[in-house]
Write a protein that binds this ligand. Structure first.
Ligand code: PLP
Length: 508
């Protein structure tokens, strides 16, 4: 007798239970309808939340209700009190930071896995959760054309972490312990970690957590001459200086698609250099890694075979909900040696047989969600062909925006575009060429800062900024699932209008 049998359901339906099945069905439908309406109306909301700090406290009760409240009442409060404090990441005019691209299978896969409520920390605790993760990580790795040494089928393997920060802590810890086994634990103070000035701060955080001496965190300067990618010559000098000082080079974080400029570090040369010194290389492709499912972007991964680990966030630009960081390693044993614990209460035959993966030994936490399900749904529902189409469409829209900038002398592209992010600013010409004012780089930075704030305050469009080589840069990041050319045009119109107002104000 199946669970779908009406008689059985009515028997286990129990209004006093936290999981009354008929209520589950009714409220579940309501929430989906609520979200469908939200997406239908999303363009009506200001993209960046307009509330002031502390706005919510005065709207809500001082303490939790003693008696239950209906879902209808609660959803009403979501609409009136919570929505104003939400920045609408799924809005088609959200061009800030990096995308967090939603999709139907990404969302429903999340619902499905949460609905099963499994806690798949080891194989035995939910075999499908582990085995599906093994399968999708190999599928995805093949789509990216990763060397087979990163796949389970080739002796490596992949794991779904929550975020890149977690992946970074896991790999840095593995690298640290591998090195300390060789040079002795007492030498931990000699270990050195390398990054560029464009590398995401997650590696610095990981170094702090892993007990790396804060004086031994090297930030290597990048310049316009390499489009803000790491220069292997600069890296070489830094490594040599450390060796001369009696220190031990340990870990290098290279990036494909840096956070501000989406710059790409030259993997082949820096991995070659790292190999000579037995430095663990982690390649962080949190945003841009997804583009590498398209053959025309795979050259950015040339040399990845020389890296020890590689990660990307499927929750950024791969239509899978937060959180879903995909991490591949060439040597799973290095991770396992650093992160494994074997409490007696989890002892089981499958683990003892050594024929299964116990993912608790590949990550920081014990408990873990069934994230593979949503990635599997995304991969199957769209197929490689449509996923490539989505990515290419975003890139084409970014290219279109870049073309609009190029045609207007008041603006300039600050650094060549690699993926779907355009870095631009009001140009020096907008001020001096129009004889408005003479301006220094600092003036120009300040004016661009004002321009961005004025656009974002309007709520029509949301973009964010970054400093690249001392230049205040506005970033236009395409990647929200609902974005179309119409929204790019709308953003461009808003940018020009706000710039005209700002420039006119400067004249008076
Ligand atoms: N690496 C890069 C290049 C990023 O841009 C980001 C965030 O935007 C991260 C790492 C951090 O990602 P997470 O929030 O998953 O830790």
């Amino acid at each position: 007798m199946g669970i779908c049998n009406g008689e059985l359901i009515s028997q286990i339906s129990n209004p006093d239970s936290p999981l009354d099945i008929e209520e589950f069905r009714r409220q579940g439908h309501m929430i989906i309808d609520f979200l469908a309406d939200y997406y239908q109306n999303i363009e009506k909301y200001p993209v960046r939340s307009q509330v002031d700090p502390g706005y919510l406290k005065s709207r809500l009760a001082d303490s939790a209700p003693y008696h239950p409240e209906s879902i209808e009442t609660i959803l009403n409060d979501v609409e009136n009190d919570i929505l104003p404090g939400i920045t609408h990441w799924q809005s088609p005019t959200h061009f800030a930071l990096f995308p967090c691209s939603m999709s139907i299978p990404g969302f429903l896969g999340e619902v499905l896995s949460t609905g099963f409520g499994t806690v798949g920390f080891n194989w035995m605790s939910s075999p499908a959760a582990t085995e599906l993760e093994n399968v999708v990580m190999d599928w995805f790795g093949k789509m990216l054309n990763l060397p087979s040494s990163f796949l389970f089928s080739g002796g490596g393997g992949g794991v779904l972490q929550g975020t890149t920060c977690e992946a970074m802590v896991a790999t840095l810890t593995a690298a640290r312990d591998q090195m300390l086994r060789k040079i002795g634990k007492a030498n931990i103070g000699k270990l050195v970690v390398y990054a560029s000035d464009q590398t995401h701060f997650s590696v610095q955080k990981a170094a702090q957590i892993a007990g790396i001496n804060s004086n031994n965190f090297r930030v290597i300067e990048t310049t316009k001459s390499t489009n803000f990618g790491l220069s292997s010559d600069s890296l070489h000098s830094a490594i040599n200086a450390d060796i001369d000082a009696g220190l031990v080079p340990l870990f290098l974080c290279a990036t494909v698609g840096t956070t501000v400029a989406t710059a790409v570090d030259p993997l082949r040369s820096i991995c070659g250099l790292a190999k000579q010194h037995e430095i663990w290389v982690h390649v962080d492709a949190a945003y841009a890694g997804s583009a590498c499912i398209c053959p025309e972007f795979q050259h950015f991964l040339d040399g990845i075979d020389g890296a020890n680990s590689f990660s990307l966030n499927a929750h950024k630009w791969f239509f899978t909900t937060l959180d879903c960081c995909c991490l591949w390693v060439q040597d799973p044993n290095a991770l396992i040696k650093a992160l494994s614990t074997k409490p007696d209460y989890l002892k089981n035959q499958a683990t003892d047989s050594n024929r299964v993966v116990d993912y608790k030994d590949w990550q920081i936490a014990l408990s873990r969600r069934f994230r593979a399900l949503k990635l599997w749904l995304v991969l199957r529902s769209y197929g490689i062909v449509n996923l490539q189409k989505f990515i290419r469409n975003h890139v084409k829209m970014a290219k279109h925006f870049e073309g609009l900038i190029a045609k207007n002398n008041n603006f300039e592209v600050v650094i060549p575009r690699n993926f779907s992010v355009v870095c631009f600013r009001l140009s020096p010409f907008a001020l001096t060429g129009n004889q408005k004012i003479m301006s220094s780089e600092e003036d120009l930075n300040e004016i661009n800062r004002k321009l961005l704030e004025s656009i974002n305050s309007s709520g029509r469009v949301y973009m964010t900024h970054g400093m690249i080589g001392g230049v205040y840069t506005i970033r236009f990041a395409v990647g929200a699932s609902l974005t179309d050319y119409r929204h790019v045009e709308l953003a461009w119109k808003a940018i020009q209008e706000h710039a005209d107002t700002l420039l006119n104000d400067l004249c008076v």
